[in-house]
Design a protein around this ligand. Structure first.
Ligand code: ADP
Ligand code: MG
Length: 255
């Protein structure tokens, strides 16, 4: 039986002039509906390249990406994407930025007013709905960008180091907010990060990628209860996951 998302023999080789850069693969990844999968690997191993191919924004050199057994040919509308740079526009308020997502997808803004309030409340931004994005701190902007990504209830969410630029405390807060949202809506998430702790805290499964050209070293199922709060993070099991992943990357000399 094919899984919800099937990635088969996916490879990317960039060609510029006479030079070929083997950026990623070949790799096979199967993902069930509702899974939270982290893709963890060192800088330059091809994580962003993989995400762009999954999103249908970059052609693969070989191999394929299938969603519910259908071949991906163009960006799908039921995918929510969030990369490191947020896409809030400064001339719209936070609420109007979220509405922009709906407009772009041809959805009726007035049908979503309650959802907009609720999702802003879930990340403690309900009092900032009418502020412009540049009046918010970096962390608040990132939380607003999460709302933008989630508002149309995408079945699949692709996140490429969305918290990369934030300070540790803000990252922690957004992780917790995002975990709560995921637990309620259960979208299928593919989350790229280079933070071992972030991957173990959030995911049901972590896929470890080797240095470039990125291949799968191994997959680790994270068998810990949600929500993964401070108590879980202090547990022996959590720390054991961190240590064993650390050892894998240490073997490659990247940490
Ligand atoms: N458009 C491109 N043209 C040529 N090389 C690229 C391009 N995009 C990425 N690369 C190269 O592919 C490799 C993987 O990049 P990337 O997927 O961004 O890695 P990561 O996200 O894991 O840091 C790097 O060596 C990078 O320089
Ligand atoms: Mg990247």
């Amino acid at each position: 039986m094919k899984k919800f998302i099937e990635i088969t023999d996916l490879t990317k080789v960039f060609v510029s002039g006479n030079e070929e850069i083997h950026a990623f693969g070949p790799a096979n990844i199967s993902i069930n509906s509702g899974e939270f999968v982290s893709v963890l690997g060192p800088s330059g191993c091809g994580k962003s390249t993989l995400m762009l191919m999954i999103a249908g924004l970059l052609d693969s050199t070989s191999g394929k990406v299938e969603f519910e057994s259908k071949l991906l040919k163009e960006p799908k509308t039921d995918i929510g994407i969030m990369f490191q740079e947020n896409t809030l526009v400064p001339w719209r308020t936070i609420k109007a930025n979220i509405e922009l997502q709906l407009e772009l997808r041809g959805l009726k803004v007035k049908d979503y007013q309650d959802q907009i309030y609720n999702i802003l409340k879930s990340v403690s931004l309900e009092d900032f709905a009418d502020r412009y994005s540049n009046e918010l701190s970096g962390g608040m902007q990132q939380r607003a960008a999460f709302c933008q990504t989630m508002i149309h209830d995408p079945k699949i969410i692709l996140l490429d180091e969305p918290l990369g630029k934030l300070d540790a405390m803000t990252r922690e807060k957004i992780r917790a907010d995002f975990q709560k949202l995921w637990m309620v809506k259960k979208p299928t998430v593919i989350f790229v990060t280079h933070s071992i702790e972030e991957a173990v805290q959030l995911s049901s499964r972590v896929i470890l990628i080797t240095p470039r050209p990125g291949k799968i070293d191994r997959e680790i199922k994270i068998d810990l209860p949600y929500p993964r709060d401070l108590n879980v993070k202090r547990s022996k099991k959590f720390i054991n996951y961190l240590t064993s992943i650390h050892e894998v990357f240490h073997k490659y000399g990247v940490i």
